[in-house]
Design a protein around this ligand. Structure first.
Ligand code: GRG
Length: 295
């Protein structure tokens, strides 16, 4: 299977799993679940779930084991986008080609839909399952909590908000993105390996380093797309970084400098998994996709 067929396959598995986790209109306040489903099930590249599946397969396990962590990481990612789009944060009206959650459902419901997705992610991961040892489940819960929380994504977001309109050094920009975007991307790979009950420390370290590198590459590419992409293809407004005077790689390095940085990161990602030969080809293809994507 080539990467594009594989991504479609993983997207279908993920979306089936996400749909199962939020049954239609059965609880106290269905409007909340509508808001959750609206943001969760209306597109998105599903890169983080794909990384869970690929790392899980890389460690020799079958796709069934990747379902819960793939759904959980996408829930956390979606909650972060819902909250990020709110007026006190980025105040965006378009996400994944549609009105943002708060535009469609109101601000209070968008906050609550995000909260509910955040907690549902941990409910899904902690549900007793014959697929995992209790140890592996605890490790996955820990990985996701650390990556999403005050030492990971939330820290990156807080730093970002605290430095709006302030110049950042390259080191600060990198640290911000390692937390804000990189932590979840890297955690996706670790989760896939942990779901497979991988105990090989070298492999876990290599995957985690690979994740940190492609996480950064993802952000450099995102910055470039904000300049070179168009709103229709991106599904969110292009040019918004510049309009908001946000610190970005192209702003600090120039467009060519940012492109060079991206190529260096791509090379480093390939080096990370070089020793694994053909076994790593799907993960490397995904790294290339992150660098070459147009949305
Ligand atoms: C609100 C706690 C909290 C955190 C928000 C990730 C994040 C932190 C904000 C998103 C802001 C942003 C647009 C960052 C650029 C990189 C990024 C995460 C883009 C969105 O991810 P994609 O491209 O989105 O994977 P899709 O829609 O494809 O899932």
């Amino acid at each position: 299977m080539d990467l594009s067929a594989q991504l479609k396959h993983y997207t279908a598995l993920t979306e089936e799993q996400l749909t199962l986790q939020i049954p239609a209109q059965t609880e106290l306040y269905p409007y909340l679940q509508n808001a959750m489903r609206y943001s969760l099930l209306q597109g998105g590249k599903r890169i983080r779930p794909a990384l869970v599946f690929l790392a899980n397969a890389f460690c020799g396990a079958n796709d069934e084991k990747a379902l819960a962590p793939a759904a959980a990481i996408e829930m956390i990612h979606t909650y972060s986008l819902i909250h990020d789009d709110l007026p006190p944060m980025d105040n965006d009206e378009l996400r994944r080609g549609k009105p943002t959650c708060h535009i469609e459902f109101g601000e209070a419901n968008a906050i609550l839909a995000g909260d509910a997705l955040l907690t549902l992610a941990f409910e899904v991961l902690s549900r007793p399952s014959p697929l995992y040892t209790p140890d592996a489940q605890l490790r996955m819960i820990q990985t996701l909590a650390v990556a999403a929380g005050h030492r990971g994504m939330v820290a990156g977001q807080a730093f970002d908000l605290a430095h709006e309109d302030q110049p950042l050094t390259l080191d600060q920009l990198e640290a911000m993105h390692r937390h804000k975007t990189g932590a979840l991307i890297s955690a996706s790979l670790t989760l896939g390996a942990q779901a497979a009950n991988c105990q090989n420390q070298q492999l876990l370290q290599d995957l985690s380093r690979f994740g940190r590198i492609i996480g950064l590459a993802f952000q450099v590419k995102d910055d470039l797309l904000d300049i070179e992409g168009d709103t229709l293809t991106l599904g969110k407004p292009s040019g918004s970084d510049l309009a908001r005077n946000k610190p970005t790689y192209p702003a600090l390095l120039g467009i060519q400098g940012a492109k060079d940085k991206l190529l260096t990161l791509q090379e480093q990602a390939h080096k990370c998994l070089h020793d694994y030969g053909a076994n790593s080809s799907a993960l490397l293809a995904l790294a290339d996709y992150i660098v070459e994507r147009n949305h």
